[in-house]
Design a protein around this ligand. Sequence first.
Ligand SMILES: Cc1ncc(COP(=O)(O)O)c(C=O)c1O
Length: 489
Amino acid sequence: MEPGRYKSKSPGSAGLGLFVLLCSSLLLNALFFAHHFVWASPPVPRLGDDAAGGGLSWALQAAREAEAVAAVDCSGHGSVFLDGIVGDGEDGRPGCECNHCFAGPDCSVRTPNCTADAESGNPLFLEPYWMRHAAASAVVFSGWHRMSYATTGGGLQSVELERHIRRLHRAVGNAAVDDKHLVFATGSTQLSNALVYALSPEGNAVSSSPPASVVATAPYYAAYKMQVDMFDAREYRWAGTTATWDKNTSRNSTGDFIEFVTSPNNPDTALRKPVLGGSSAIVDHAYYWPHFSHIPEPADEDVMLFSASKLSGHAGSRFGWALIRDENVATRAAQYIKTSTLGGSRETQLRILKLVKVILSNLHGAEDIFAFGYDVMRSRWHRLNAVVSRSTRISLQKIPPGYCTYLKRIKEPSPAYAWVKCEWEEDRDCSEMLLEAGIISRSGVSNEAGSRYTRVGLLKTEDDFDVLLERVTDLVNAEKHGQARSSAM
Ligand SMILES: Cc1ncc(COP(=O)(O)O)c(C=O)c1O
């Protein structure tokens, strides 16, 4: 030990020491306050050594959970989801959710004589595309992501998403966006009623004028009538099909018309225009994307509807948008959305932003979603037609090929639905006849097209389509045998 180390200091050096101590304490306090209040960042929990590796900390556990469920083998006939039902197994993880007609813990068992369910428009044909783009399309967000009612700029809509949706329409060339306002909603389903409200007579005008008449041309998407009937407001009412009013000379005296137009149409997939001149039209372009339709030109109606459900296939995210020319109509539609839900989910908007970015970055490339979707849907239509062309009992709608300005070539048909007509006199209820043949479809009665017609969905999983094709083939083959038998008798 050094001699004199603990010797007491002189009064002068003690004062200097005290001064230095005071200064460093002040500096430390200043640093502490600056760190806490000026550069304050949320406290980030660290989850272990991995953080050092990739610079990640709190996102790792969630990423591991997401990857663990995605890696479970469901034999290619099902999926595991993070919020699926946790089984009794030891791993405490959710189990496989099997596609229709498949069963067993790993979905490897095909249900014998299974009925094909082609009733809905569930757009799962795009699921394999997103599996191929698992890394690019994954979204990670913190527990404190956008907790506020307000988003950037104090509004309810993601400004960045709005910018990207406009970019997408410009790049695909399916809608003119430059002179339009953009209104988001929880699916375009919510928007269809918001727009009926927005186009109906305002305030005082309601008492002096009759309610707006909401119409559509048959066969039409049944949800329009269901919504108008359900919300049954004093501003508007369902007034049937356009055929009733088309040549009706007293039309002007019955007040305003709001015409729903779907193009391509659901259920018969035809490209359509409004038929009642001079009335307001809500043009639903849910299927006006190159995987379902050729794109002759950018749509440019005053009020247009689009849906993520049919663009990217994310029906469960519940996201739709309207492009509206008139500012007052846009304000009223936005007011409806604000009053009913205070805007669409911010998590959904983040997810759709990511998906739109992936779509944009792959346009015209080897992984173009529209080229992928077109190939799938064209092949399904082609295979279905090959079978049905042998039938005298059922027929499908005719769809002419058309030049697609996006694909820059003539596009073969690739519709979302088959609009089936029963040709035999005795098959008055076409949906019932198909059901007996093991196919669930949606009767044309709900579209005011009559029971001779029924809609068959083609946009579900490949498994769904395979079963559907088997049942249709059985039906057509039985018809051939039946005819052979009857001609032999
Ligand atoms: C013509 C049409 N519009 C809207 C929708 C619903 O869209 P969303 O899922 O955005 O509510 C559908 C769904 O099948 C549809 O066929």
